[in-house]
Design a protein around this ligand. Structure first.
Ligand code: TRP
Ligand code: ZN
Length: 461
């Protein structure tokens, strides 16, 4: 299937799919509705996300059995229609859908690959807020993504961890899985008694009975679905507080000393980046899970085998501003996440160690792999987490700093996440924002460092 096909063709494909499974002939209560697009035409993941609606809230009610790996779920999705809809899609990888309703009425369900098409009894009116309930179950998949990293649902000896960048969240709940459609969440999960279940946001309830414990977590601030997480296992959980009163909820195997530094590092980053954007913070640390990377899951970054060190902690905390509060408009804008998070590591090495930022820049400059492609233009989906997105991305920021001076640069560091708090932004938005903040044209910097092919001549360019 060519996923780059235009919107109209995608709509025809959805209609055809519906016709083939007999999901037609409802007479259309209002008429005039058309199927929402099956994808949002992301440059790297054209099938991710769906057109025609905007999710406001996900209420997920889940039960997990670690012994069998079986997940049972109900997703109650509140969304607003951005067109009159005769049908619409959700993204879901694997699992079995048992049934769906739209505003309480049974909807026809058709599945093809990672697309679920729902055809409600009558059209959903343009502008209407509607509720979709999907009942599903199965053994969620571990997805090996384009760059060979494992994501989705990762089982551990006594539980599982859900990691969603860039597509893994499709493995455990149906939704509009593109970073441009952010929503609030409520995750309720029932697990065997004795296990903890930790998700994003704040804990609102815990109840044990009949040998099972049900945990409820709530994210009041919008979240991109790739940042949603769920960690189930025999974790030790703790709550600390920053000086400014932000709760820090952690779940770890044992009590690694670095956990105690989270409040201090949050305060240090907030001094530079502006007020912490969420109602709570924390971490999930599971050295037994070798994902090969840490992930900035919202409020509560995840650290697997060998990744819980101070520099990586600083990196994932920085993402709470850059990536989680201001999220990429598309996966092409990934460098906006990783450049700032890497720059935060450089700032940490200067403030807490004795390595000047310029030295970190020089090291990155000398690193061959950072020059494979321009950070704002990864050649393929396999490259969106490639070294240039991190190292060369951070070099872009440092060159901006050298061009505009410290005062304007630190105004950008604070101002950018404030300008797009809990929203989305693109590379073009960033270029415009920096030039407006600095009051000058920086074409030279962008052409050489952000978009140029290969390493500029001379040490440090
Ligand atoms: N975005 C993560 C971080 O920087 C790292 C990450 C997630 C990653 N998935 C990946 C790195 C896949 C390489 C490959 O914290
Ligand atoms: Zn990162």
């Amino acid at each position: 299937m060519d996923l780059r096909r235009p919107r109209a063709l995608a709509a025809v494909a959805v209609l055809l799919a519906a016709a083939l499974t007999g999901c037609t002939g409802d007479g259309g209560r209002d008429g005039g509705g058309e199927p929402g697009a099956a994808g949002l035409r992301d440059p790297y993941f054209p099938q991710l996300g769906n057109g025609g609606y905007d999710v406001r809230h996900y209420a997920l009610t889940l039960a997990y059995e670690p012994r069998t790996g079986r997940l049972t779920g109900t997703a109650d999705i509140t969304a607003r229609a951005t067109q009159a809809l005769s049908a619409f899609n959700l993204d879901l990888t694997g699992l079995t859908v048992h049934g769906a309703t739209v505003d309480g009425e049974p909807a026809a369900v058709h599945r093809e690959g990672a697309e679920v098409t729902l055809r409600p009894k009558g059209d959903v009116r343009h502008g209407a807020t509607f509720r979709t309930v999907v009942r599903y179950s199965g053994t969620p998949a571990t997805i090996t993504d384009e760059e060979g990293a494992r994501e989705g649902w990762l089982r551990t000896a006594d539980g599982a961890v859900a990691l969603g960048e860039p597509t893994g969240s499709t493995a455990w709940f149906p939704g509009n899985h593109h970073p441009s459609d952010k929503a609030t969440y409520r995750v309720t999960v029932t697990v065997p008694e004795g296990l903890e279940a930790v998700s994003n946001g704040e804990p609102v309830n815990r109840r044990t009975g009949g040998g099972r414990t049900t945990f409820t977590w709530r994210s009041a601030e919008p979240m991109a679905s790739y940042l949603a997480t769920l960690a189930i296992g025999r974790y030790e959980t703790r709550t600390a507080r920053t000086d400014s009163g932000i709760p820090v909820h952690t779940a770890a195997r044992g009590n690694p000393a670095l956990l105690a530094r989270i409040p201090e590092l949050l305060e240090w980053e907030a001094e530079m980046f502006g007020p912490y954007p969420f109602s709570s913070a924390g971490a999930i640390v599971d050295p037994g899970l070798d994902a090969g990377y840490a992930l900035e899951t919202q409020n509560r970054p995840f650290f697997g085998t060998g990744t819980f060190d101070a520099s990586t902690l600083v990196h994932e905390i920085a993402h709470q501003w850059y990536g989680n509060s201001v999220s990429p408009a598309s996966w092409r804008d990934m460098w906006l996440n990783e450049s700032f998070a890497t720059y935060a590591e450089w700032l940490y090495a200067e403030d807490f160690g004795d390595k000047p930022v310029q030295e970190s820049f020089d090291e990155a400059f000398a690193e061959e792999e950072n020059w494979a492609f321009p950070p704002a233009d990864p050649p393929t989906a396999a490259d969106i987490s490639g070294p240039p997105v991190y190292g060369r991305g951070a070099m872009v920021l440092h060159r901006v700093r050298l061009a505009v001076g410290d005062k304007a640069f630190f105004r950008v560091l604070r101002g950018w996440p404030a300008a797009h708090r809990h929203g989305n932004a693109s590379t073009d938005d960033f270029v415009r924002y920096v030039e407006e903040t600095a009051g000058r044209d920086l074409t030279e910097v962008w052409d050489t460092w952000l978009y140029g092919r290969g390493r500029p001549a001379g040490p440090g360019g």
